[in-house]
Structures are given as C-alpha cells and as structure tokens.
Design a protein around this ligand. Structure first.
Ligand SMILES: [Zn+2]
Length: 356
C-alpha cells in the first residue's frame, strides 16, 4: 500500500514541505531548498539557498529580486525532465498561469501529489497550456472558487476595449493590469485583435515586458507612457499597474477611460468602488468551472486547497465524493489578483507591498 501523501507532504509555517525530499514548495520564508511554481511575489520569495524552477521562472526571479536574492544556487528544470531528491521524483508540468508557471509533480513510493500553484485553463498566448496530471492528491488554489465567477472569453473583453477606443478616439484608455503575466497577455490579445499601434507602458511594467520578449514572447511596438506628453497619448492604450490607474498619475492623462483587467471585475461593486469605467473580466486564475473540470480531469480522490474560497470548493467536492482539505496556507494570493473583495477593501490594500 503506497503511503498517503499526508505522511510525506506536510504543512509547516514556511509552507508545504516534502519530508523525504527535504524541500519546500513556494515557501513564504527563506529555506534551504525551494521548488518554485512561478514568479509572482507571493510564490517566489527572495533569500532561499537552492531554488529549483523552470528556466523562465528563474529568469523572472532574477529580474525582479536581483541575482543575489533569487537563490544562491539556481537549478533550472524543464517540463518533462525528472529529478530525484531523497528518493522523491520531481517533475514540472505547465500550469498555464504566466510565462514559466508550472505544477510540481511529486512521486514517492508509488504515491503521487501534484501541487498546481496558480493556474488557469483559458487560452493564453504567452505561456504553455495547463497539463492535467492524474494523481492521488491534487493541491489547488481557489481564488475564484464561487459559482458566480465565470470568466468570459478574454477575446470578448478585449473587443470591449477596442470598441470604446473607436467610440472615444480622443480619450486615453488606461488599463490597470499586473506587471507579470496579465500585462503581456493583454498585449498579445490586443495584437491578435488587430491593434498594431504602439502600446504605452507605465514605467513599472517595462522591464518584465522586455524580459518576456527576450524569452521569446513577441509583443510588438511598445513605448513609455510619458504623462508630460499627454497630447501624444490621445486615443492611445496605456497599460499601468492597477494601483496607478486609480491615483493622480492616471488623472493627468487626456480624459482617461479607466479600465482594469482582473477576474474581480466580475463584481460590479468592486469596479464601481475603484472608479473603473470599463471593467474587463480577464483573469489568470481558474474560474469556478475550470476548477471543477480540472479536479475531474486529474481524478484525485483527495484535493487540498491552498488559499482562496476553500469553503465553497471543499463543499462542492464533498457532494461529488471527493475528500477536500483546506490548508489555509498564509501569504498566498497577495500578488496577482489580490485577496477576495470582502477582505481586500479599500482597493489599495490589494496591491499593497507589491513592487514592480
Ligand atoms: Zn500567481
């Protein structure tokens, strides 16, 4: 009888710990050995000794935190490659969340756990699609685990932005989006929809766009968004961090149309409270249907929920005879789409403490 993953994968104050392998997955504090699922700041923290991740995630970590803090020893592992650590076979499988994002597949003595990090199932032209891996325990996020969260096709949301540009050709359209992943995905979606013109970037978004291009994701013509030259930004698309679209920076643009691209824009009240005129429901996290479909596809009899709306998901699982367990991991869900709305207001708190 293979050992239950509960006996070799434990929740510790630093995060999930694989005991026989002697490593943590996405630890929230500096540790000796870390396996990192992706580059968002709540999963990839500075100061570990040895870091194992995809080459893209390692490059993102170096770019964001500097060579010294991104792990004293960095070991790249490509999806499909298998490494052994203390008898545990480690492999990474694409998670479809942001460039380089991966699920961690662990096999020990005939028992398999998959730690999916953050993920989505919607198409994303900037990263490899999520690969369902059958397992005994599936560890999932639950950011949007309520039936109300159903993300529309992102192409339809981008069409709304282009329609507004056609209606208000004099106004600057400023779109709030996270620096890692959402920004580049939005640019690629705009290119696919035929927007060939320059896209202007707030300074905080420039370096990761450059890195994506270096890593092979072509983004087309980009230019800095210089507020001083606001005449040149009439009718232009300006991308900026969500915190910047709400402050004076954005108000200095030419009659700005304020948009935000986030799964939370499904909540009208939240969009209104933030002064968002054009909410775009574009998310890099699985919605309710995607979470449930993924859990069905991996066929795990047991699902552990790291963070988010674990109560709703665990309840839905029980109805299908799947054992659900809320891990209540702390420190997750702080970067890309922020915590749930009822705990995140005022809106500025959602972006608090995130550099880049
Ligand atoms: Zn993330």
């Amino acid at each position: 009888m293979p050992p239950h993953p509960e006996s070799w994968l434990r929740v510790t104050p630093q995060g999930l710990y694989c005991e026989p392998g002697g490593f943590f997955i996405d630890p929230v504090r500096p540790v000796g050995r870390a396996v990192i699922t992706h580059g968002h700041a709540d999963h990839a923290r500075p100061g570990h000794d040895a870091v194992l991740a995809t080459p893209e995630t390692l490059a993102i970590m170096r770019a964001r935190m500097g060579e010294g803090a991104a792990g004293a020893a960095q070991q790249p592992i490509r999806p499909g490659e298998v490494l052994e650590q203390g008898g545990v076979a480690i492999r990474l499988a694409p998670a479809g969340h942001v460039l380089g994002s991966a699920q961690v597949v662990l096999d020990w003595q005939g028992s398999r756990a998959v730690i999916s990090g953050d993920y989505k199932r919607q198409r994303d032209p900037t990263c490899a699609p999520f690969e369902p891996v059958p397992c005994d325990v599936f560890v999932t996020e639950a950011t949007f685990a309520l039936p109300v969260f159903r993300h529309p096709p992102p192409e339809a949301e981008v069409a709304k932005l282009l329609k507004s540009l056609a209606l208000f050709p004099e106004r600057t359209h400023v779109v709030g989006c996270y620096a890692l992943g959402k920004c580049q995905r939005l640019i690629r979606l705009l290119r696919e929809a035929g927007w060939d013109a320059q896209i202007h970037l707030h300074g905080a978004l420039a370096s990761l766009c450059r890195l994506y291009e270096e890593l092979g994701v072509a983004l087309g013509p980009l230019a800095p968004a210089t507020v001083a030259n606001k005449a040149a930004l009439k009718g232009a698309i300006v991308l900026a961090p969500p915190s910047a679209v709400q402050d004076r920076w954005a108000r200095r643009l030419a009659e700005p149309v304020v948009a935000v691209a986030s799964g939370w824009m499904r909540v009208r009240q939240r969009a209104k409270m933030r002064g968002v005129e054009l909410p775009l429901v574009i998310s890099d996290h699985a919605d309710w249907d995607e979470l449930n479909r993924t859990i069905d596809e991996v066929g795990a009899p047991e699902v552990w929920v790291t963070h988010g709306r674990d109560d709703a998901l665990v309840h839905a699982l029980a109805l299908r005879g799947i054992r659900g367990r809320a891990l209540h991991l702390v420190g997750l869900g702080e970067e890309d789409e922020g915590p749930a709305p009822e705990v995140a207001e005022p809106a500025s708190a959602a972006e608090g403490g995130v550099q880049a």
